[in-house]
Design a protein. Structure first.
Length: 749
């Protein structure tokens, strides 16, 4: 199906060269359902080595497809292959490779009960140059966070991470280490999605049930990721069950869902489908005594094929959100995402290196208006194709790739809100990258690379990146890491951040002749792992340049004309985790400061200063989180507590009446009332804190049926956390009060 594409894009630019040594390629999956196992240890020992006590001769860590390769193995020699993964049986086999052979070996691991030993490989999966700036997230991590449903959701987990904040319990915008939502790049197996977080910030398009793994790059990410100046969220969905059919249905006062999966051809082709729809608008009056005028849904489907030389996943996603962020404003906001595309990894024995190809279509539209009229709309459509592969140069493996994206941006704003402008632009962008990793010595590893983006309306960008990791001890229990880099993007999102009641964003490309937004990242971190305890501390700085922001004036509203601000973001995070067999505990704290500055002529002369600086809405200085998860007598208990300092808001200078003498008679028409704002974000909201708890238990009710149940509460001690103060009606709007829930899920195997 997509194998010809792989051959064309991956093999044409290069010829396959003979190698003096052989290559072993492994695909590791679960014997139970055929699903790939990312993060498995694949180790090679010499025949005379003790595989229990000695360090392996070579190793690799499987990626999201369960794939990894070990190169430069001497042919006609017996090697001991050992594969380990926590919770699965250990696999061992003696292998002999022929001269210049590129052997592909598919390995199935059998799940086992209880704890088993595992050979420890101190390098982390995907990259070995330190975890600084990176948070690896698994299904287990997500399941520990209380959610209004039996299954967890990535959205609730992300909010427990220092440096990740939202605009309250509604809105769907996520800010990562000082970056605005438009400065983040969100991927699903390399497919782009613009705004996957729902209008209720408890949910996203990433339910626990379909997630394979998640990598959050809060900064300092490698050259393979371009088009974002702040952060990258890289989500991998799992394929459907390759062995047998199964399904489930779940119900809660917040959301109902269905899920089905199964093989189309055993051990080779599978599918899954998941559909979810919110119910909180129906149950809120009985549960919390007030109406919640929001609704959302998402639908996810995937087709997967695994053969002896290729793995492909075809994915489709559609989300829809609608509702009132602040009910008293009577303004309805809505958005929808559509994503469809494929990601294929080819590892044919004829190819010297594996090659990955991604192709897809992404659409996003957001609107705002009343029940009878749309005031604002903005959309983007993307069609893209990319390839990633490797080659060997001067004895070093080089990762590189290129891609092209065709973008179509459209925006319409009514006279009531803007300067009569509309936007309809088509912008193609070509991107390319290259990177390589070097072992400077046994303790110091470096990864260097560069990325570039080329469009018809802006000059090519040059974005060098580098990561370094130094292992303090021989076992790798203590590690110091550093990441630096330059990042650029050719698109921006413009919104009126003074108004918490709106999350509408104008998506627009950089205008021809305007400077390209860019940022410099610097992150340093220390990580220590001792038995069941892990400690991590990171300090970071981001210097942003040419950040497009709406020109300030005393009135609120969206303006397509922007000023270019400088941004300075710095802070630190501390995280400690205890991972026992039944008890998990984590505590984390983050401090940060964000400052935007620009010449007064750009931001607005009425401010009265030569250079004006301010802290934007998402400048949260302090954030403290604790997580406790405990298993006892068949029950699963989870709790999450968060304390955060108040974020900035714009105070009111006064009120007046707007009158146009050219069109209105002051003796007849008094004009329209308007609000005049003080200097942006000069005030701060109070601190907030919230405790969420849950208790779950499973019951087997038949040979093929399992009933999972969960009771819990959001905002358990009913804290009044402010969301917004309506300056027109002088009405305070709080976030979700105490929300108790009972959720059930019927699983059929």
């Amino acid at each position: 199906m997509c194998f010809p594409i792989l051959i064309t894009l991956g093999v044409l630019p290069f010829t396959v060269s003979a190698q003096n040594n052989s290559v072993l390629r492994t695909i590791v999956n679960s014997e139970e359902d055929g699903i790939p196992l990312p993060g498995a240890n694949v180790l090679i020992f010499e025949d005379n080595q003790d595989t229990e006590k000695e360090e392996p001769y070579s190793y690799c860590i499987t990626d999201k497809d369960g794939f990894c390769e070990i190169r430069d193995l001497t042919s006609s020699k017996e090697w001991v292959l050992k594969v380990t993964y926590i919770g699965f049986s250990i696999y061992e086999e003696i292998i002999v490779l022929e001269q210049d052979e590129r052997k592909v070996l598919r390995i199935s691991l059998r799940p086992v009960t209880g704890e088993i030993g595992e050979v420890t490989v101190e390098s982390q999966r995907y990259i070995s140059t330190g975890e600084v700036g990176i948070r690896r997230i698994s299904q287990n991590d997500i399941s520990r966070i209380p959610a209004v449903g039996v299954d967890g959701d990535l959205a609730t987990y992300l909010q427990t991470i220092p440096g990740v904040i939202t605009n309250g319990d509604r809105g769907g915008d996520v800010y990562i280490r000082g970056g605005a939502p438009d400065q983040n790049r969100i991927l699903i197996d390399n497919l782009l999605i613009v705004k996957p977080f729902h209008i209720s910030n408890l949910f996203s398009a990433f339910p626990e049930q379909v997630i394979q793994s998640v990598d959050l790059y809060a900064g300092g990410f490698g050259a393979e990721h371009s088009g974002a100046t702040s952060a990258v969220l890289d989500v991998s969905f799992r394929p459907g069950n390759m062995k047998e059919f199964s399904g489930s249905a779940a119900a809660s006062p917040y959301m109902n869902s269905i899920f089905i999966e199964g093989p189309l051809e055993k051990d080779r082709q599978s599918f899954f489908f998941m559909g979810r729809k919110s119910e909180i608008d129906r149950f809120a009056p009985e549960l919390i005594g007030e109406e919640v005028n929001i609704e959302f849904s998402d639908f996810i489907g995937r087709y997967s094929i695994q053969t002896d030389n290729i793995s492909c996943n075809i994915t489709g996603i559609q989300t829809y959100d609608s509702g009132e962020i602040v009910p008293s404003l009577r303004v309805n906001g809505s958005w929808k995402n559509t994503v469809i595309g494929g990601n294929c990894l080819g590892y044919d024995e004829l190819n010297d290196f594996p090659v990955e190809v991604t192709f897809g279509y992404t659409s996003f539209e957001n609107r705002e208006g009343s029940d009878s009229e749309t005031f604002r709309s903005s959309s983007v459509n993307k069609l893209y194709l990319s390839t990633d592969r490797q080659e060997e140069a001067f004895g070093t493996k080089v990762d590189f790739g290129f891609g092209i994206t065709f973008n179509n941006y459209k925006t319409e704003l009514s006279e009531k809100f803007s300067s009569f402008e509309s936007l309809d632009r088509k912008v193609p962008i070509v991107n390319a990258y290259g990177s390589s990793e070097f072992d400077i010595n046994e303790q110091l590893i470096a990864q260097v690379g560069f990325a570039t983006q080329i469009s018809l309306i802006s000059p090519a960008t040059f974005e060098p990146r580098a990561r370094f990791s130094y292992k303090i001890d021989d076992l790798g229990h203590r590690e110091v890491s550093l990441a630096v880099g330059r990042y650029s993007q050719t698109v921006s999102g413009i919104s009126d951040e003074r108004d918490i009641g709106t999350v509408f964003t104008v998506l627009k490309p950089i205008e021809e002749g305007d400077p390209t937004p860019s940022s410099l990242h610097g992150i340093v971190g220390y990580n220590e792992r001792r038995n069941l305890i892990e400690f991590n501390v990171e300090g970071y700085i981001k210097k942003e340049k040419n950040v497009p922001v709406s020109k300030w004036n005393p009135r609120s509203g969206i303006e397509l004309e922007t000023a270019f601000a400088k941004g300075l973001i710095y802070g630190f995070d501390i995280n400690t985790q205890y991972k026992g067999r039944k008890l998990f505990m984590a505590i984390s704290y983050g401090w940060s400061k964000i400052t935007y500055s620009a010449d007064t002529d750009d931001l607005g002369a009425w401010l009265g200063n030569e250079v004006f600086s301010y802290s934007p809405f998402h400048d949260q200085r302090h954030k403290l989180n604790t997580i406790i998860s405990y298993e006892f007598f068949g029950f699963d208990f989870s709790s999450s507590w968060e304390l955060g300092s108040g974020r900035p808001f714009s105070e009111i200078l006064g009120y007046d009446f707007n009158l146009s003498p050219l069109f209105q008679d002051p003796e007849v028409d008094p004009g329209s009332s308007r609000i005049l704002y003080e200097k942006p974000f000069a005030g701060r909201l109070p601190y907030y804190h919230r405790l969420d708890v849950s208790l779950g238990r499973s019951f087997k009710i038949g040979p093929l049926l399992l009933l999972e149940s969960e009771i819990g509460a959001i905002n358990t001690y009913d804290r009044n956390n402010i969301l917004n103060f309506d300056i027109l009606t002088f009405e305070r709007v709080d976030q979700t009060p105490l929300l108790p829930y009972l959720s059930i899920k019927l699983q059929m195997n």
